[in-house]
Design a protein around this ligand. Structure first.
Ligand code: NAP
Ligand code: SF4
Length: 671
């Protein structure tokens, strides 16, 4: 019997039977806006070949005013329908099924034409929406229905109507956005009229043999959100209006509670789907922070959902389902929920990809084709860049030897693993280990390769990483000064700490030092308390009445930087606020515009615009950035051996795993 009997069980939807319980959730990739429809088609077809039962596309705008941003893609013309036909044909040829998400952003639309129930601006948008009149509401419904009909014409197997995350339909449900007194506002029966009417009319337009998913917000995580009773009322009405499936939505975009970041516990919100399931007769889909077949199987076996939605995990590994079914779950590239190459890209106007899989959204451009001319490849350094290069090159048929001076693979990823909230990095390092073995890489641990050792290889790759930058502060040799590596590997640290440098590592070290005991990421009750997540059955919207209740900090930490800007400003676009909020909850003092005068026996002497100041601390931790380890690269150059230099050894500034892995993969694909 399979290890995942529930995950791989078919699901009968009446007119169609899905082969398993896995849905690829909607993600905006930016691919549609490139106009390269062969590329869009290949992105989805690759996922269909990997065995996912049903794909949901990124959100398509039903009209100009409802687009997330000006020019957002939608089915507006015969050409658009023909373009989408390429996608559906490719998915069907690959044996898959695909539904198109219809996303009306309402007041979240980034444009002055945006519309909503009432003229109430969102805290995350500069635009005040126009309050729709009766005709305006009818137009929005008609446009959504037209989008669904066109999706059917384009060959889609269904549509998902986006009714959660604080978008248009969700906005009508709550009193703080919907201040209307007509039949679309007032009591709940009126406020839920719009989503129910949309579903009813879409079903009437598309007929019974078309999948209709409604994404319902189970917990808004904003003040005055929906109550649980209202959620259930809506779910039942949506079912009666003709939905085939209910998908779970969690949190409005303006919520100040993380819902998908790596520090959110796995399956943190599935308890809500489990509570909804007995209230309706149609299948329910759960979502958010589910990234392994084991977690998904546990949810389904426990009766908390009928299907599991995963979105980002299908960027990380399109073959998620096929590998699980083949007993190769350890080979599934894990989504670590970092957002670095997906959502951070989306919100920076860049095409989506994936930190662990640079081929995501680049399927037609970055190919790992078998080589016709196998070579002997030496790679020095088993950090992120070196490991990825080794795996890709070996998979393509090259003979790869990977030298690592230390006794373990992983490089700096091993430091991330110990930071509370970054436990997903453990799985990432494990995956690299599995894939190095699977690809047949000759891994030489505890082996420091020098130039003569590398002379006989056809290709030499230097991936020797970085060393901590020496900030050159007077008195820094004192016993109470530690490097970040020593701290993260267990060196004793005092109760009052100053951290020099507020980059990614400074923030990680601060997080590490203020925690004690269990990581909230591995303890759902603790995490919910820390972020103030309550129960929508008790408080509408589900924010705990008592607010966030973080554990007391383990230490008093001051995080310092020289730049006179808000520390953490350069962290990830969609996750930086979480890191800053997490440290603020632990009373970490974050200070910019500091100059370091000297480390002194009493602590650290600094100067700010207000003058000199003594920070009375018992430990100073250096997190002042990195410099490349180029000794081997220089020695090879001196010996006349041509080498490729990648990762931190190439450019240390702003190094992150995304760049290292991308560079490694592209070189491994190029030999
Ligand atoms: P970093 O982000 O470049 O930050 C280095 C810090 O050191 C800055 O705060 C910088 O601020 C300070 N600094 C630079 N030169 C200094 C000097 N000579 N003396 C004193 N301070 C100095 O580097 P990192 O923190 O080592 O992180 C490395 C990379 O790992 C990051 O770029 C990041 O991408 C990645 N990472 C990311 C995350 C994440 O959350 N996404 C977490 C960990 C690591 P001032 O120059 O203003 O003082
Ligand atoms: Fe997951 Fe990070 Fe890849 Fe996004 S970039 S899919 S969050 S691993």
């Amino acid at each position: 019997m399979s290890t995942y009997p529930h995950l791989l069980a078919p699901l009968d939807l009446g007119h169609v039977t899905l082969p398993n319980r896995v849905l690829m959730g909607s993600m905006h990739t930016g691919l549609e806006e490139t106009g390269d429809w062969a590329r869009v088609a290949e992105f989805y077809a690759t996922r269909a070949r990997g065995g996912v039962a049903l794909i949901v596309t990124g959100g398509m705008a039903p009209n100009a005013e409802g687009g997330v941003f000006p020019g957002a893609a939608g089915l507006f013309s015969a050409q658009d329908i023909a373009n989408h036909r390429q996608v559906t044909d490719a998915v069907h040829a690959a044996g898959g099924r695909i539904a198109m998400q219809i996303l009306h952003a309402g007041r979240y639309a980034y444009g002055k034409e945006c519309v909503s129930a009432s003229a109430v601006k969102s805290p995350i948008s500069p635009f005040v929406p126009r309050e729709l009149d009766e005709a305006g509401i009818e137009k929005q419904i008609a446009d959504i229905v037209t989008a669904a009909s066109r999706a059917q014409e384009a060959g889609y197997d269904g549509v998902e109507i986006m009714g959660s995350e604080g978008y248009f339909l969700n906005q009508f449900l709550v009193r703080h956005v919907n201040k209307r007194t007509d039949r679309w506002g007032g009591d709940y029966a009126n406020r839920m009229r719009l989503p129910v009417e949309v579903v009813r009319r879409v079903r009437a337009a598309v007929g019974p043999k078309f999948i209709l998913i409604y994404r319902i917000s189970l917990i808004d995580l904003v003040p005055d959100g929906s109550s649980w009773d209202e959620v259930v009322l809506l779910a039942r009405a949506i079912e009666a209006a003709g939905a085939s499936l209910l998908n779970t939505g969690i949190g409005w975009h303006e919520a100040r509670v993380p819902t998908i970041a790596t520090s959110v516990p796995r399956a943190a919100f599935t308890w809500l789907t489990g509570r909804l399931r007995p209230e309706v007769s149609i299948p329910v889909i759960t979502s958010n922070r589910i990234n392994t077949p084991d977690v998904a199987e546990g949810i389904l076996a426990g009766g908390q959902a009928d299907m599991v939605s995963m979105a980002r995990p299908f960027l990380a590994d399109p073959e998620f389902v096929a590998k699980a079914a083949a007993g190769k779950a350890a080979q599934i590239a894990p989504c670590i929920a970092c957002n670095q190459a997906c959502l951070d890209h989306t919100f920076s106007g860049k095409l989506t990809s994936c930190l662990v899989n640079p081929r995501a959204c680049a399927e037609t451009e970055l190919r790992y084709a078998p080589t016709a001319t196998p070579k002997r490849v030496a790679i020095v350094g088993a950090g992120a860049a070196g490991m990825m290069c080794a795996i890709v090159a070996a998979q393509r048929g090259h003979s790869v030897t990977l030298f690592e001076a230390s006794g373990q693979i992983g490089g700096l990823l091993n430091l991330a693993k110990v930071v509370p909230g970054k436990e997903e990095f453990r799985g990432l390092v494990d995956w690299f280990g599995v894939m190095l073995a699977e690809a047949g890489v000759d891994l030489r641990l505890n082996t420091r390769a020098s130039a003569p050792d590398l002379a006989g290889f056809d290709e030499v790759v230097v991936a020797t990483g970085v060393s901590p930058r020496d900030p050159g502060i007077a008195g820094q040799d004192a016993a109470h000064v530690l490097g970040y590596e020593a701290v993260l590997t267990g060196a004793p640290v005092g109760k009052r700490v100053a951290i020099v440098g507020a980059g990614g590592i400074g923030f990680d070290v601060a997080e590490f030092l203020v925690h004690q005991g269990d990581s909230p990421t591995e303890d759902l009750a603790l995490w919910k308390r820390e972020w103030g997540v309550g129960d929508p059955a008790e408080v509408p919207g589900g924010l705990a009445a008592a607010g966030p209740q973080p554990e007391a900090p383990a230490r008093a930490v001051t995080l310092l930087q020289r730049k006179a800007e808000k520390p953490g400003r350069r962290l990830g676009k969609t996750t930086g606020w979480i890191h800053r909020a997490a440290l603020q909850m632990k009373n970490v003092q974050m200070r910019g515009g500091v100059s370091y005068d000297a480390v002194v026996p009493e602590g650290m002497q600094i100067s700010t615009a207000e003058g000199p100041e003594l920070l009375a601390v018992d430990t100073v931790v250096m997190c002042a950035g990195q410099v490349p380890n180029r000794a081997l690269a220089d020695a090879l150059a001196a010996a006349g051996i041509t080498a490729h230099v990648i990762g931190g050894a190439d450019v240390a500034a702003e190094l992150d795993a995304k760049r290292a892995i991308d560079q490694g993969a592209r070189l491994g694909a190029a030999f």
